[in-house]
Design a binder for this molecule. Sequence first.
Ligand code: MG
Length: 396
Amino acid sequence: MTSTTVSVVGSTGSVGTQTLDVVADDADSYRIIALAAGRSVEQLAEQAKLVEPELVVVADQSLEGELRAAVPDSIEVASGEEGMVECARRADVTVNGVVGFAGLPVTLETLNAGKRLALANKESLIAAGPVVQTARATPGAEIVPVDSEHAAIHQCLRANDVRERVSRIQLTASGGPFRGRAAAELASVTIDEALAHPTWAMGPKITIDSSTLMNKGLEVIEANELFGKPAGEHGFGIELDEIDVVVHPQSIVHSMVTYSDGSTIAQLSMPNMRLPIAYALAFPDRFPVPYGPIDWATVGSLDFETPDREAFPCLDLAFEAARIGGTAPAWLSAANEVAVDAFLDGRIAWVDIARINEATLSSHDGGTGSTLADVLEGDRAARIKAAEVLATKETA
Ligand code: MG
């Protein structure tokens, strides 16, 4: 049997390292042929020695020489965006685990090459929705989401053949570390508190996004792009206002789909990112190794509640951005990257993240985002605007 070839872009991050673990668990079926990382040359070189890919890439071009010196001569070395997109061209499946907007070229190149995109980089889909949809129409191209909620929905949608009979999507949210706190109690929370996620171990950017519910908001936009209107090859006819967010603190129900007859189908497992990674690699088959199967003797109760939209205004900002459409989601996502960076640097308070996002989104210039140039310009303009707002919030 020939093995499926895999490129891992963002290989030193949380999703990237777990992808290497998953592939190692079924090494007869999968072979990693390319690894790419942003700047972590030492860790990337370690991975390259272990995995022996054909190609290894560092995004920061100034580090190419250092990388070349650190890996065996038999491995091809490249850098920059050109190197990143080369990873996307040559494998059957590209896992995009890049953090933030920087993941967009890999998303587009994988789809334009007519390959499978195992998508963990939600920002590329959110920021460049219309452009990604065009690339997705390439024969052979497909997106299998690695985001746990969307992987769950992808699975729940397979329970029914009639796309028009899907009536609602319920995205579950853990609620993050500040669940249950009122708006007034959130003014003085610290970076460490925001980084202490109750159920998922993830990178810092997404962990902060979970604490503000921005992550869930971005996932609403992501779900709208992945499964929304029109019902067709990709879409399931879901309208934006048919996407619900349900807080579920145990993170065992990863999301649900409700059908026209009132039946709700859910996907359950213990929180473990290796499962959605393995699902995206194996689809439409199932991975032979279990990740996070439920132990029913210890699982206890499953709780559900509605989100506090006043304490976590980022959630409604995301619905608003999706309703505006065009580059509005790109603006929101870019503003959020700027704000989260500043928060992690200790330059602003946690509550300022939502304020910066709101002020930036309210300045959206009506851009349609129908071309890549529009999307890049939208991202640039939003970052300038967000930096202006940020300057008024920074603590001395
Ligand atoms: Mg998620």
